[in-house]
Write a protein that binds this ligand. Structure first.
Ligand SMILES: Cc1cc2nc3c(=O)[nH]c(=O)nc-3n(C[C@H](O)[C@H](O)[C@H](O)COP(=O)(O)OP(=O)(O)OC[C@H]3O[C@@H](n4cnc5c(N)ncnc54)[C@H](O)[C@@H]3O)c2cc1C
Ligand code: FES
Length: 249
């Protein structure tokens, strides 16, 4: 159910930013602390975009989550890290959502590959299907076996543990991809950029999961320093080229 446009604001696409009420269709465990939620309603969006989700009294602000599709249904994947994400996973009340937000992902060519942690698996599945490219899911913890059998296809590979992630990067370094999209944790992204850019010769894209206030470019709380000056993750991103980012410790 949609409840109208938010003023004249538009995301960086033809899709209008609206408020939506989303009812859950299903919720499956990906790992012990990460869940894939599908919804009955639809939102028009493009790969890489996100929504801000209301968490009732479980947070001061709405929480940002990337949207994707799973078996043709609108979906998000959620790692439970605090009160807000726990509420999103557990509630049976419809979720109040604003979106789609952020710039869509427009890669430099069609010759790429996607690497995600379980928390971003919905984005990974969506990018893999949209661009018809391979998806590598890298997890520190084992994945739910039933989930793996439900999602597996010939474009998807699973890698469990830190060593498996490093081995994957060493392999990708020598494969003939123009670009690698990595999202999940800052550490994963940092290591990926280090291994694959420069000598690795790849363009690495990362989707920045920074703290956000408004999600629409008004509060400036998501400012990050890049080699091209200060950028705002919600309106300039969330996807940036790895060689543009200045990581802080
Ligand atoms: C554009 C965007 C897309 C995102 N997509 C996803 C997604 O698809 N799946 C997913 O699981 N998460 C995603 N996130 C992160 C998600 O928004 C946060 O995990 C969530 O807001 C945490 O809310 P909380 O109330 O559960 O935890 P809080 O109570 O806010 O925080 C709990 C703990 O997590 C830490 N934390 C909270 N937010 C962040 C953050 N953004 N970065 C690093 N540490 C943080 C806090 O420091 C604290 O230690 C995304 C973030 C952005 C900006
Ligand atoms: S979150 Fe408010 S400006 Fe980006």
């Amino acid at each position: 159910m949609e409840s109208g446009c938010i003023g004249m604001v538009h995301s960086s696409t033809t899709e209008t930013i609206k408020k939506h009420l989303l009812t859950k269709r299903g919720c499956v465990g990906v790992t012990e602390d990460t869940f894939l939620i599908t919804f009955n309603e639809k939102i028009d969006f493009l790969p890489g975009q996100f929504v801000m989700i209301g968490v009732d009294s479980h947070g001061l602000t709405r929480k940002p989550f990337t949207i994707g599709k799973f078996k043709d249904n609108l979906a998000i994947s959620v790692k439970t890290v605090g009160e807000g994400s726990k509420y999103i996973v557990e509630t049976t009340t419809p979720l109040e959502v604003i979106g789609p937000l952020g710039k869509p992902f427009i890669p430099l060519s069609s010759n790429g590959v996607v690497v995600v942690a379980p928390s971003c698996i919905v984005e990974g599945i969506h990018l893999s299907e949209h661009f018809d490219i391979s998806l590598h899911v890298c997890s520190k913890a084992p994945l739910n076996k039933d989930f793996i059998s439900a999602v597996s296809n010939d474009k998807m590979e699973f890698h469990i543990g830190d060593d498996a992630y490093l081995q994957l990067l060493n392999k990708l370094k020598f494969e003939k991809y123009d670009w690698v999209f990595i999202t999940g944790s800052k550490m994963m992204e940092k290591i990926g950029i280090k291994k694959l850019t420069g000598e690795g010769g790849k363009v690495v894209y990362v989707s920045y999961n920074e703290y956000m206030g408004c999600g629409i470019g008004a509060c400036k709380s998501c400012a990050v320093m890049t080699k091209n000056g200060i950028k705002h993750v919600c309106s300039d991103g969330p996807i940036f080229r790895g060689d543009e980012i200045c990581f802080q410790n």
